[in-house]
Design a binder for this molecule. Structure first.
Ligand SMILES: [Zn+2]
Length: 367
Protein backbone atom coordinates (compact mmCIF):
# COMPACT_ATOMS: atom_id res chain seq x y z
CA UNK A 1 0.00 0.00 0.00
CA UNK A 2 1.06 3.56 -0.69
CA UNK A 3 1.49 5.61 2.48
CA UNK A 4 2.46 8.90 0.91
CA UNK A 5 1.03 10.98 -1.89
CA UNK A 6 2.81 13.34 -4.26
CA UNK A 7 1.66 16.97 -4.09
CA UNK A 8 4.25 18.54 -6.35
CA UNK A 9 7.95 18.82 -7.00
CA UNK A 10 10.80 21.31 -6.79
CA UNK A 11 13.94 21.09 -8.95
CA UNK A 12 12.73 17.69 -10.04
CA UNK A 13 12.52 16.39 -6.46
CA UNK A 14 9.05 14.94 -5.76
CA UNK A 15 7.41 16.25 -2.57
CA UNK A 16 5.01 13.82 -0.87
CA UNK A 17 2.58 13.98 2.05
CA UNK A 18 2.61 10.97 4.35
CA UNK A 19 -0.83 9.66 5.24
CA UNK A 20 -0.25 10.44 8.96
CA UNK A 21 0.43 14.05 7.98
CA UNK A 22 -2.86 14.22 6.06
CA UNK A 23 -4.63 12.79 9.15
CA UNK A 24 -3.00 15.48 11.32
CA UNK A 25 -4.20 18.27 9.01
CA UNK A 26 -7.71 16.79 8.95
CA UNK A 27 -7.69 16.45 12.76
CA UNK A 28 -6.51 20.06 13.32
CA UNK A 29 -9.09 21.28 10.82
CA UNK A 30 -11.81 19.20 12.53
CA UNK A 31 -10.94 20.59 15.97
CA UNK A 32 -10.91 24.15 14.62
CA UNK A 33 -14.24 23.62 12.91
CA UNK A 34 -15.71 22.10 16.08
CA UNK A 35 -14.78 25.11 18.24
CA UNK A 36 -15.95 27.46 15.49
CA UNK A 37 -19.34 25.73 15.32
CA UNK A 38 -19.64 25.80 19.12
CA UNK A 39 -19.13 29.56 19.09
CA UNK A 40 -21.41 30.17 16.12
CA UNK A 41 -18.63 31.96 14.20
CA UNK A 42 -17.75 29.66 11.30
CA UNK A 43 -15.78 32.21 9.23
CA UNK A 44 -12.51 30.68 8.04
CA UNK A 45 -10.82 33.91 9.23
CA UNK A 46 -12.10 33.51 12.78
CA UNK A 47 -9.45 32.92 15.46
CA UNK A 48 -10.58 29.30 15.67
CA UNK A 49 -8.78 28.46 12.44
CA UNK A 50 -5.59 30.23 13.50
CA UNK A 51 -3.73 27.07 14.55
CA UNK A 52 -4.85 25.33 11.38
CA UNK A 53 -3.30 28.01 9.14
CA UNK A 54 -0.21 28.15 11.34
CA UNK A 55 0.36 24.39 10.92
CA UNK A 56 -0.21 24.61 7.15
CA UNK A 57 2.26 27.48 6.76
CA UNK A 58 4.82 25.90 9.03
CA UNK A 59 4.93 22.87 6.73
CA UNK A 60 5.64 25.08 3.73
CA UNK A 61 8.76 26.17 5.62
CA UNK A 62 9.57 22.56 6.52
CA UNK A 63 9.73 21.97 2.75
CA UNK A 64 12.28 24.82 2.46
CA UNK A 65 14.28 23.20 5.27
CA UNK A 66 14.30 19.85 3.43
CA UNK A 67 15.11 21.46 0.07
CA UNK A 68 18.20 23.01 1.68
CA UNK A 69 19.44 19.50 2.55
CA UNK A 70 18.65 18.37 -1.00
CA UNK A 71 20.46 21.25 -2.68
CA UNK A 72 23.68 20.51 -0.76
CA UNK A 73 23.27 16.76 -1.42
CA UNK A 74 22.97 17.43 -5.15
CA UNK A 75 25.99 19.68 -5.01
CA UNK A 76 27.97 16.61 -3.90
CA UNK A 77 26.36 14.47 -6.61
CA UNK A 78 24.10 12.55 -4.21
CA UNK A 79 20.69 11.77 -5.68
CA UNK A 80 17.62 12.85 -3.69
CA UNK A 81 14.75 10.42 -4.30
CA UNK A 82 11.99 12.44 -2.64
CA UNK A 83 10.95 14.61 0.27
CA UNK A 84 8.21 13.17 2.50
CA UNK A 85 6.32 15.32 5.03
CA UNK A 86 5.46 13.63 8.34
CA UNK A 87 3.63 15.23 11.29
CA UNK A 88 6.97 15.61 13.08
CA UNK A 89 8.66 17.28 10.12
CA UNK A 90 10.15 16.38 6.78
CA UNK A 91 12.48 13.64 5.64
CA UNK A 92 14.67 13.79 2.53
CA UNK A 93 15.18 10.32 1.15
CA UNK A 94 18.66 10.33 -0.29
CA UNK A 95 20.28 7.53 -2.23
CA UNK A 96 23.04 7.02 0.32
CA UNK A 97 24.45 8.79 3.34
CA UNK A 98 27.85 10.06 2.27
CA UNK A 99 30.71 8.30 4.05
CA UNK A 100 32.66 11.51 3.66
CA UNK A 101 32.16 13.33 7.01
CA UNK A 102 32.89 16.77 5.54
CA UNK A 103 30.00 16.29 3.08
CA UNK A 104 27.70 14.75 5.69
CA UNK A 105 27.85 17.60 8.18
CA UNK A 106 27.44 20.27 5.53
CA UNK A 107 24.40 18.47 4.17
CA UNK A 108 22.92 18.04 7.65
CA UNK A 109 23.47 21.60 8.85
CA UNK A 110 21.97 23.23 5.73
CA UNK A 111 18.40 22.49 6.92
CA UNK A 112 18.57 24.00 10.43
CA UNK A 113 20.51 27.03 9.14
CA UNK A 114 17.77 27.65 6.57
CA UNK A 115 15.06 27.41 9.27
CA UNK A 116 16.99 29.81 11.50
CA UNK A 117 17.45 32.26 8.62
CA UNK A 118 13.73 32.15 7.73
CA UNK A 119 12.89 32.59 11.43
CA UNK A 120 15.20 35.60 11.73
CA UNK A 121 13.73 37.26 8.63
CA UNK A 122 10.15 36.82 9.88
CA UNK A 123 11.13 38.01 13.34
CA UNK A 124 12.57 41.24 11.94
CA UNK A 125 9.47 41.82 9.79
CA UNK A 126 7.14 41.04 12.71
CA UNK A 127 8.98 43.47 14.99
CA UNK A 128 8.97 46.22 12.36
CA UNK A 129 5.22 45.77 11.83
CA UNK A 130 4.37 45.45 15.54
CA UNK A 131 7.20 46.74 17.78
CA UNK A 132 5.10 46.15 20.93
CA UNK A 133 5.83 42.41 20.49
CA UNK A 134 9.29 43.05 21.94
CA UNK A 135 7.72 42.99 25.38
CA UNK A 136 6.23 39.52 24.87
CA UNK A 137 8.52 36.56 25.44
CA UNK A 138 6.39 33.50 24.63
CA UNK A 139 7.97 30.19 25.49
CA UNK A 140 6.66 27.44 23.23
CA UNK A 141 3.27 29.09 22.90
CA UNK A 142 1.66 31.21 20.20
CA UNK A 143 1.02 34.96 20.45
CA UNK A 144 -1.75 35.34 17.88
CA UNK A 145 0.54 37.48 15.70
CA UNK A 146 0.95 35.42 12.57
CA UNK A 147 4.34 36.78 11.45
CA UNK A 148 5.76 36.50 14.95
CA UNK A 149 4.46 32.96 15.43
CA UNK A 150 5.83 31.81 12.06
CA UNK A 151 9.17 33.33 13.09
CA UNK A 152 9.29 31.55 16.44
CA UNK A 153 8.15 28.23 14.96
CA UNK A 154 10.95 28.39 12.37
CA UNK A 155 13.50 29.31 15.02
CA UNK A 156 12.25 26.41 17.13
CA UNK A 157 12.49 24.07 14.12
CA UNK A 158 16.06 25.24 13.51
CA UNK A 159 17.26 25.00 17.12
CA UNK A 160 15.44 21.73 17.79
CA UNK A 161 17.11 20.10 14.78
CA UNK A 162 20.51 21.22 16.01
CA UNK A 163 20.19 19.03 19.13
CA UNK A 164 23.11 16.60 18.70
CA UNK A 165 20.93 13.48 18.80
CA UNK A 166 19.84 11.13 16.03
CA UNK A 167 17.56 11.31 14.10
CA UNK A 168 17.82 15.09 14.25
CA UNK A 169 20.18 16.88 11.85
CA UNK A 170 22.38 17.82 14.81
CA UNK A 171 22.99 14.08 15.38
CA UNK A 172 24.40 13.76 11.86
CA UNK A 173 26.59 16.83 12.26
CA UNK A 174 27.83 15.42 15.58
CA UNK A 175 28.51 11.96 14.10
CA UNK A 176 30.38 13.49 11.15
CA UNK A 177 32.55 15.61 13.46
CA UNK A 178 33.32 12.51 15.55
CA UNK A 179 34.03 10.47 12.41
CA UNK A 180 36.78 12.89 11.47
CA UNK A 181 38.53 11.74 14.66
CA UNK A 182 37.59 8.04 14.95
CA UNK A 183 36.21 5.05 13.01
CA UNK A 184 32.81 5.68 11.39
CA UNK A 185 31.15 2.78 13.25
CA UNK A 186 32.54 3.94 16.62
CA UNK A 187 31.38 7.49 15.88
CA UNK A 188 27.90 6.13 15.10
CA UNK A 189 27.79 4.06 18.31
CA UNK A 190 28.76 7.07 20.42
CA UNK A 191 26.26 9.35 18.65
CA UNK A 192 23.52 6.72 19.11
CA UNK A 193 24.22 6.48 22.87
CA UNK A 194 24.05 10.26 23.22
CA UNK A 195 20.85 10.33 21.13
CA UNK A 196 19.23 7.77 23.44
CA UNK A 197 20.24 9.75 26.54
CA UNK A 198 18.64 12.88 25.03
CA UNK A 199 15.50 10.86 24.31
CA UNK A 200 15.26 9.63 27.92
CA UNK A 201 15.91 13.12 29.32
CA UNK A 202 13.12 14.52 27.10
CA UNK A 203 10.65 11.90 28.32
CA UNK A 204 11.51 12.63 31.97
CA UNK A 205 11.25 16.39 31.34
CA UNK A 206 7.82 15.84 29.76
CA UNK A 207 6.61 14.13 32.94
CA UNK A 208 8.18 16.71 35.27
CA UNK A 209 6.81 19.71 33.35
CA UNK A 210 3.26 18.76 32.29
CA UNK A 211 3.00 21.95 30.20
CA UNK A 212 5.54 20.41 27.86
CA UNK A 213 3.99 16.92 27.80
CA UNK A 214 4.68 16.77 24.04
CA UNK A 215 8.32 16.22 24.98
CA UNK A 216 7.32 12.69 26.02
CA UNK A 217 6.33 11.86 22.43
CA UNK A 218 9.35 13.64 20.98
CA UNK A 219 11.64 11.83 23.42
CA UNK A 220 10.26 8.42 22.41
CA UNK A 221 10.68 9.39 18.75
CA UNK A 222 14.30 10.45 19.38
CA UNK A 223 15.09 7.25 21.32
CA UNK A 224 13.66 4.99 18.57
CA UNK A 225 15.22 7.08 15.77
CA UNK A 226 18.66 6.91 17.39
CA UNK A 227 18.40 3.14 17.84
CA UNK A 228 17.29 2.59 14.22
CA UNK A 229 20.08 4.74 12.84
CA UNK A 230 22.56 2.76 14.89
CA UNK A 231 21.22 -0.60 13.75
CA UNK A 232 21.24 0.44 10.10
CA UNK A 233 24.82 1.70 10.21
CA UNK A 234 25.96 -1.45 11.99
CA UNK A 235 24.21 -3.68 9.42
CA UNK A 236 25.81 -1.81 6.54
CA UNK A 237 29.22 -2.04 8.21
CA UNK A 238 28.77 -5.82 8.54
CA UNK A 239 27.52 -6.06 4.95
CA UNK A 240 30.36 -3.96 3.59
CA UNK A 241 32.56 -7.06 3.54
CA UNK A 242 30.03 -9.32 1.79
CA UNK A 243 30.75 -9.73 -1.93
CA UNK A 244 28.36 -10.58 -4.77
CA UNK A 245 30.00 -14.00 -5.24
CA UNK A 246 29.09 -14.91 -1.64
CA UNK A 247 25.35 -14.64 -2.33
CA UNK A 248 24.85 -15.13 -6.09
CA UNK A 249 23.47 -18.27 -7.74
CA UNK A 250 25.81 -19.64 -10.38
CA UNK A 251 23.11 -21.62 -12.13
CA UNK A 252 21.48 -19.13 -14.51
CA UNK A 253 18.07 -19.29 -16.23
CA UNK A 254 17.58 -17.06 -19.27
CA UNK A 255 15.80 -16.55 -22.59
CA UNK A 256 17.09 -15.56 -26.02
CA UNK A 257 15.74 -12.44 -27.81
CA UNK A 258 13.79 -14.60 -30.32
CA UNK A 259 11.78 -16.41 -27.64
CA UNK A 260 8.23 -15.36 -26.84
CA UNK A 261 6.91 -13.53 -23.78
CA UNK A 262 5.08 -16.74 -22.75
CA UNK A 263 8.40 -18.62 -22.72
CA UNK A 264 10.04 -15.82 -20.74
CA UNK A 265 7.28 -15.98 -18.11
CA UNK A 266 7.74 -19.76 -17.94
CA UNK A 267 11.49 -19.39 -17.25
CA UNK A 268 10.69 -16.75 -14.63
CA UNK A 269 8.30 -19.05 -12.75
CA UNK A 270 10.52 -22.12 -13.06
CA UNK A 271 13.58 -20.26 -11.72
CA UNK A 272 11.51 -18.24 -9.21
CA UNK A 273 12.87 -14.99 -10.67
CA UNK A 274 10.97 -11.71 -10.60
CA UNK A 275 12.57 -10.52 -13.82
CA UNK A 276 14.24 -12.37 -16.67
CA UNK A 277 17.71 -12.38 -18.18
CA UNK A 278 18.16 -12.08 -21.94
CA UNK A 279 21.24 -13.75 -23.43
CA UNK A 280 22.15 -14.14 -27.09
CA UNK A 281 24.99 -16.44 -28.27
CA UNK A 282 26.48 -16.43 -24.77
CA UNK A 283 26.42 -12.61 -24.52
CA UNK A 284 24.30 -10.63 -22.07
CA UNK A 285 21.75 -8.41 -23.85
CA UNK A 286 19.84 -7.08 -20.82
CA UNK A 287 17.04 -7.76 -18.35
CA UNK A 288 13.27 -7.59 -18.95
CA UNK A 289 11.41 -6.53 -15.83
CA UNK A 290 8.35 -8.29 -14.42
CA UNK A 291 6.38 -5.05 -14.81
CA UNK A 292 7.09 -4.88 -18.55
CA UNK A 293 6.17 -8.55 -19.05
CA UNK A 294 2.92 -8.17 -17.12
CA UNK A 295 1.92 -5.20 -19.29
CA UNK A 296 1.68 -7.54 -22.30
CA UNK A 297 -1.89 -8.66 -22.98
CA UNK A 298 -2.22 -12.42 -22.19
CA UNK A 299 -3.52 -13.02 -25.72
CA UNK A 300 -0.29 -11.65 -27.22
CA UNK A 301 2.18 -13.44 -24.97
CA UNK A 302 2.49 -16.38 -27.38
CA UNK A 303 3.38 -14.22 -30.39
CA UNK A 304 5.26 -11.17 -29.04
CA UNK A 305 9.04 -11.72 -28.81
CA UNK A 306 11.44 -10.75 -26.05
CA UNK A 307 13.45 -8.56 -28.47
CA UNK A 308 10.40 -6.30 -28.84
CA UNK A 309 10.47 -5.49 -25.14
CA UNK A 310 12.33 -2.59 -23.46
CA UNK A 311 15.48 -3.89 -21.76
CA UNK A 312 17.36 -2.69 -18.72
CA UNK A 313 21.11 -2.68 -19.24
CA UNK A 314 22.46 -3.53 -15.80
CA UNK A 315 25.12 -5.90 -14.50
CA UNK A 316 27.59 -6.23 -11.67
CA UNK A 317 30.96 -7.92 -11.08
CA UNK A 318 31.27 -10.82 -8.64
CA UNK A 319 33.94 -9.10 -6.53
CA UNK A 320 31.77 -6.01 -5.87
CA UNK A 321 30.05 -5.38 -2.53
CA UNK A 322 26.42 -6.45 -2.27
CA UNK A 323 25.54 -2.96 -0.99
CA UNK A 324 26.37 -1.81 -4.53
CA UNK A 325 23.85 -4.32 -5.94
CA UNK A 326 21.24 -3.08 -3.47
CA UNK A 327 21.63 0.46 -4.80
CA UNK A 328 21.13 -0.74 -8.39
CA UNK A 329 18.01 -2.73 -7.42
CA UNK A 330 16.47 0.25 -5.64
CA UNK A 331 17.36 2.68 -8.43
CA UNK A 332 16.23 0.45 -11.31
CA UNK A 333 13.23 -1.00 -9.40
CA UNK A 334 14.38 -4.50 -10.29
CA UNK A 335 14.76 -7.76 -8.35
CA UNK A 336 17.48 -9.44 -10.37
CA UNK A 337 20.96 -8.44 -11.54
CA UNK A 338 23.18 -10.46 -13.89
CA UNK A 339 26.68 -11.04 -12.49
CA UNK A 340 29.35 -10.79 -15.19
CA UNK A 341 33.01 -11.62 -15.63
CA UNK A 342 35.36 -8.65 -15.10
CA UNK A 343 37.53 -9.79 -18.04
CA UNK A 344 34.57 -10.42 -20.36
CA UNK A 345 31.75 -8.09 -19.23
CA UNK A 346 29.13 -9.71 -21.51
CA UNK A 347 29.69 -13.23 -20.11
CA UNK A 348 27.21 -14.04 -17.34
CA UNK A 349 28.70 -16.03 -14.45
CA UNK A 350 25.77 -15.87 -12.05
CA UNK A 351 22.61 -14.12 -11.01
CA UNK A 352 21.79 -12.11 -7.91
CA UNK A 353 18.16 -12.08 -6.76
CA UNK A 354 16.50 -9.79 -4.24
CA UNK A 355 15.65 -12.89 -2.14
CA UNK A 356 19.33 -13.81 -1.85
CA UNK A 357 20.04 -10.22 -0.90
CA UNK A 358 17.29 -10.17 1.74
CA UNK A 359 18.75 -13.37 3.25
CA UNK A 360 22.19 -11.74 3.43
CA UNK A 361 20.69 -8.69 5.20
CA UNK A 362 18.90 -10.97 7.68
CA UNK A 363 22.08 -12.88 8.41
CA UNK A 364 23.99 -9.65 8.99
CA UNK A 365 21.26 -8.48 11.37
CA UNK A 366 21.43 -11.69 13.42
CA UNK A 367 25.18 -12.12 13.35
ZN1 LIG B 1 16.66 18.60 8.56
Amino acid sequence: MKYSFKIGSAWGIPIELHVTFILLIVAVFGLSLYSALQSGNVSIFSPYFYTFFLVLFLFVFVVFHELAHSVVARHYGIQVRKIVLYPIGGVSEIEEIPDNPAQEWRMAIAGPLTSLAIGAIFLVIALIVSPQLLRVVPLLSTTGNFLFDIASLNLLLGFFNLIPAFPMDGGRVFRALLAERMKYSDATRLAVTIGRIFGIVMVIAGFVFPNYFLLILVGIFVYIGASEEGEQTIISTKLAGVRIRDVMQSEVGYVSPQQTIAEAIEVMFKKRYHDVLVIKDGNLIGVVSWNELMKVDPGQRGSLRVEQMPLKHISIFEDEAILEANKIMVREKIDLIPVVDREAPLRVVGVLTSEAMARAFDEARNR
